[in-house]
Design a protein around this ligand. Structure first.
Ligand code: NDP
Ligand code: OXD
Length: 315
């Protein structure tokens, strides 16, 4: 049995070293030039795999995403239909995402960008602040990531609601479910966080109409969005026009339709945009390799794979 890394944009030697450290018995191969005899390869782990690679592995048993999202794997039109896909669900990755979400909610809540600007200009402006209980956070996507962020934000004191396909029951977190409850969820939300997966249903969901439905009565004087889900969810031109029209107060964006973001994108220099390079939750090589090796061993023992993706749902 051999295992293959397909990592066109990541430092593959770091990942092979991590896998050798946590599972020295696994025969690790690397796409494209250290594949050896492809008939040996039974497992692969990928991030942004080029199309056609998976189909060229005749004895592949499981495809593993090295991130939580699987959209880049599913978009390969030649992906064999029968091979199970698993994704990462790991406390290390979830904790990193929660740090990001809490950081950016607090940054907007405490108006840190305004304070930074004042410091640059040596302005002592101790403007009034508001309490966490007055700023309503709404999280789209209440899966592994959204749920953890919701609980931590609730514990800080923010009124938190989540929106997902199915209803959730978490103490102190209001749950909205499905398309019918989307508008009510937006209407009570001052800070909108997206932790949705990229699927045909979520494409373009952060658009001008959505932004216009957000609450305008919050303590910041306008709504804020934070997108750490996927770039395809945001209509970038709509975000810019909403910011320029004053319909949106500010945006934190970690993900973009095209990554890396094009150098001529107006988002880079927009004064109301905080931009991060898809780093909200980085996959730690050793942690994730231990998780991948565990799933391989489970499969070899004939046990159920952890975190199997439902291809019909797309996540
Ligand atoms: P999960 O699969 O655990 O959760 C997905 C959530 O989205 C579920 O609550 C699901 O609802 C909800 N959802 C899906 N489709 C819809 C829809 N059409 N309408 C309403 N709700 C919907 O995923 P994770 O929490 O692990 O990760 C979420 C996403 O975060 C990933 O897919 C990835 O895109 C992104 N991510 C980004 C990273 C970054 O660094 N920026 C790092 C890691 C992940 P239900 O519960 O009812 O099924
Ligand atoms: C992702 C990840 O899915 O990095 O973006 O896990």
């Amino acid at each position: 049995m051999a295992f293959l890394f397909i990592l066109p944009t990541w430092p593959v030697d770091v990942w092979t070293a991590a896998m050798k450290k946590v599972a020295p018995d696994i025969d690790v191969r690397v796409w494209p030039d250290r594949m050896g005899n492809v008939t040996d390869i039974e497992y692969c782990a990928a991030w942004l795999p080029p199309p056609d690679v998976v189909k060229s592995l005749p004895n592949l048993k499981v495809i593993m995403s090295l991130g939580a999202g699987v959209d880049a794997i599913l978009k390969d039109p030649t992906l064999p239909a029968s091979i199970p896909i698993v994704r990462v669900n790991d406390p290390d990755l979830t904790g990193r995402m929660t740090e990001y979400v809490v950081l950016h909610v607090l940054m907007h809540h405490r108006q840190q960008r305004r304070i930074d600007e004042n410091q640059k200009r040596k302005i002592w402006d101790s403007f009034p602040t508001h309490a966490a209980k007055d700023l309503r956070v709404g999280i789209m996507g209440m899966g592994v990531m959204g749920m953890d962020s919701a609980i931590k934000l609730r514990d800080i004191g923010f009124p938190v609601a989540g929106w997902s396909r199915s209803r959730k029951s978490v103490a102190g977190v209001e749950s909205f479910a499905g398309a019918d409850e989307f508008d009510a969820f937006l209407a009570r939300t001052d800070v909108l966080v997206s932790l949705l997966p990229a699927t045909p249903d979520t494409d373009g969901i952060i658009n001008r109409a959505t932004i216009r439905k957000l609450s305008r009565t919050g303590p910041l004087g306008g709504p804020v969005i934070i997108n750490a889900g996927r770039g395809r969810q945001q209509v970038e031109a709509d975000i810019i026009s909403a910011l320029d029209a004053g319909e949106l107060l500010a945006a934190t964006l970690d993900v973009f339709a095209t990554e890396p973001l094009q150098l001529d994108s107006p988002l880079w220099s927009h004064p109301k945009v905080t931009l991060t390079p898809h780093c909200a939750a980085d996959s730690d090589p050793e942690t994730i390799c231990a998780y991948v090796a565990g799933n391989i061993r489970r499969h070899q023992r004939g046990e159920k794979l952890d975190n199997l993706v439902d291809r019909n749902r797309g996540y």
